[in-house]
Design a protein. Sequence first.
Length: 278
Amino acid sequence: MIDYHMHLENGPYTLEWLQQFWQKAQERGITEIGISEHCHKFKEFYPVFAPIIQAEHSYEYMRSWIAKDFQQSLDAYIELLLQARQQGIPVKIGLELDYIPHSHDYVRSLIQKYPFDYIIGSVHIIENWGFDYAVDVWENVDVEQAYIDYFNTLLTAVNELECDIIGHFDVIKVFGHRSQNDLTLVVDQILQLMAKKQMCLELNSAGWRKPVGEAYPAEWILQRAAEYQVPITFASDAHYPEHVGYHWERLVSLAKRCGYREYSIFSQRQRFVERIPK
């Protein structure tokens, strides 16, 4: 089994810190891990986020929070993961790529320079509003409109991003805010496009650690994904070693209950299929 969504950002970017993630993975029966650091941790991505930081109508917490990032270099990050491989750790080189409008050409040329095994595409920001950074950013927000804007943004992201996996598909629910509208039409549009492009849907257990108290995506979405034959991967979105493989048996059971018998792995941006263990 795999865990393809982990972040080193809450510790030093060192082999010793990475080894703690691998140790926990082994304890939980995971045989391959993937580190997929947030792109805004790297100085090379500053031009992508600069319009958000500099925009007059941008949220103050967004400007102050993001401005603290961009301290790491992609070269050092890649070197660390290659060093881990030399030490015998079966680690894939990933990146979590935020969808930011009008950055496609720059991002594509940047990513092509590095030996990534896979890219996770995700939406954390809607028109300069970082909806999942803190619960208080939801004050005075129209929840129904937020859902509409999120899924429309996600549809655009799936259409424009050159990524392999879509991360935490319905993360808009992270703090427990729920839409009462029927989202089937837009969800189906996204899933159909993912199936056409052979993008994987990430089964992410992090939602069980959040106020929403359920995995990403919701079971009804995963059932529809199975109907459209959208491939899947498994992820904990671990930011600390203890989160690696979080609720793995529960996550695998969810996949099987929705009809999945296979999951995807990646190497050098190529997708391969493995059977889900019985």
